[in-house]
Design a protein around this ligand. Structure first.
Ligand code: NDP
Ligand code: GDR
Length: 373
């Protein structure tokens, strides 16, 4: 029997990798996408299948986590074996600007989805994965953080995700649902949203290298994170739902770096040696030397990094480091891609894209538009 999976957030970073992964495993994959005034399916266009074709295994449904009747109808139609709740307003800084919306989507959205499964009577059939987060630890109580570390969320996003975490546990305990939380530490890729710090760095410096931008503006570059690759992490999301018993797992690499180190890997990969000068909000990054041919638009003395306080958060999560022992010991999961390898992959992709844009601009042409079926 072909298994059916439903992914909320299929158009996001993780959703796109998970959809690829499940299709390769032979699943019929259903994804919920939001109506948007512009195409928002760029990350899944390469696996998109025309609904007019027979044997279509990736099916998209318009929907929204704020709309319970829509979620109920989709789940009733599909009767999924597995639901992966990846949809969210996932930007921590934005959650301070839009706290109520973030709570509606990230907290109540999770409840709506669980309740839809229960309402239809699928609570004993459908397995449920909740995209929980290391942001739950916030002001950390112990290092490294494991499944037993107490939570102390530090943003409206993290508080909303705390509700989602506990309602998932509650539906497991109250209704015997196979519902599990993956407590995921930061994971990135060339498909990472452009406003998260890693992608902002690789994209920004690649654009500077090709003369498309002049400076990257960042906030707290001394923040410490445990960065993994999204491809490794979605594999673990699936593994969790294949267990006989539902359980919560930390998914992390167990290695920590600073944003500053990530900047260093990126600039070095482009042949740029960067010197930091000044302190606090006056700190700047000045180019010391340039080697190779990847950064023709950059010269020694250029200031290509500045600190902008607008990117500081009202309450910051300074340090996160995960302990993935449980995932390793119980499920045999190990990340395969290091943070440095991931950074190199992101730089290669962003450099390719910056070169293409520079070439298009040089010839006075329009940029191509994304294509959706
Ligand atoms: P993205 O921001 O890349 O993707 C989020 C997805 O959610 C997008 O498909 C987005 O749609 C969709 N979405 C947003 N709002 C709604 C809504 N109201 N209704 C339905 N769908 C909506 O996030 P990631 O792929 O990086 O993360 C996936 C999940 O994992 C998120 O829940 C995130 O909070 C969580 N997480 C992520 C971590 C990370 O480091 N990446 C770490 C820990 C947890 P659209 O494309 O239209 O915007
Ligand atoms: P995070 O990721 O908040 O950990 O949430 P993000 O990449 O946004 O920030 C990481 C750290 O970098 C610092 N920082 C900046 N961040 C951004 N976005 N922009 C900047 O200019 C900048 N300068 C410094 C931040 O202050 C922070 O300390 C991500 C999201 O994917 C969440 O959905 C997920 O739950 C967590 O990871 C785990």
């Amino acid at each position: 029997m072909t298994k059916r999976a439903l992914i909320t957030g299929v158009t996001g970073q993780d959703g796109s990798y998970l959809a690829e992964f499940l299709l390769a495993k032979g699943y019929e994959v259903h994804g919920i996408k939001r109506r948007s005034s512009l195409f928002n399916t760029q990350r899944i266009d390469h696996i998109y299948q025309d609904p007019h074709e027979s044997h279509q295994r990736l099916k998209l449904h318009y929907g929204d986590l704020t709309d319970s009747s829509n979620l109920t109808r989709i789940i009733e139609q599909i009767e999924p074996d597995e639901v992966y709740n990846l949809g969210a307003q996932s930007h921590v800084a934005v959650s301070f600007e839009a706290p109520e919306y973030t709570a509606d989507v990230d907290a109540i959205g999770t409840l709506r989805l669980l309740e839809a499964i229960r309402f239809i009577g699928l609570e004993r059939k459908t397995r449920f994965y909740q995209a929980s987060t290391s942001e739950l630890y916030g002001l950390v109580q112990e290092t490294p953080q494991s499944e037993t570390t107490p939570f102390h969320p530090r943003s409206p996003y993290a508080v909303a995700k705390l509700y989602a975490y506990w309602i998932t546990v509650n539906y497991r305990e109250a209704y015997g649902m196979h519902a599990s939380n993956g407590i995921l530490f930061n994971h990135e890729s060339p498909r990472r949203g452009e406003t998260f710090v890693t992608r902002k760095i690789t994209r920004g410096f690649c654009n500077i290298a090709q003369g498309l931008e002049s400076c990257v503006y960042l906030g707290n570059i001394d923040a410490l994170r445990d960065w993994g690759h999204a491809k490794d992490f979605v594999r673990m999301q699936w593994m969790m739902l294949q267990q006989d018993e539902p359980e919560d797992y930390v998914i992390a690499t167990g290695v920590q770096y600073s944003v500053r180190e990530f900047i260093d890997w990126t600039t070095r990969a482009l042949g740029i040696t960067l010197r930091f000068e000044g302190t606090g909000t006056d700190e700047i990054g000045i180019v010391e030397s340039v080697t190779g041919s990847d950064a023709p638009a950059v010269k020694p003395g250029d200031v290509i990094l500045r600190i902008d306080p607008r990117y500081f958060r009202p309450a910051e999560v300074e340090t996160l480091l995960g302990d993935p022992s449980k995932a390793r010991e119980k499920l045999g999961w190990q990340p395969e891609i290091t943070a440095q390898q991931m950074c190199a992959e992101m730089v290669a992709e962003d450099l390719r894209s910056a070169r293409r844009h520079a070439l298009i601009r040089e010839h006075g042409l329009e940029l191509p538009v994304a294509i959706e079926g």
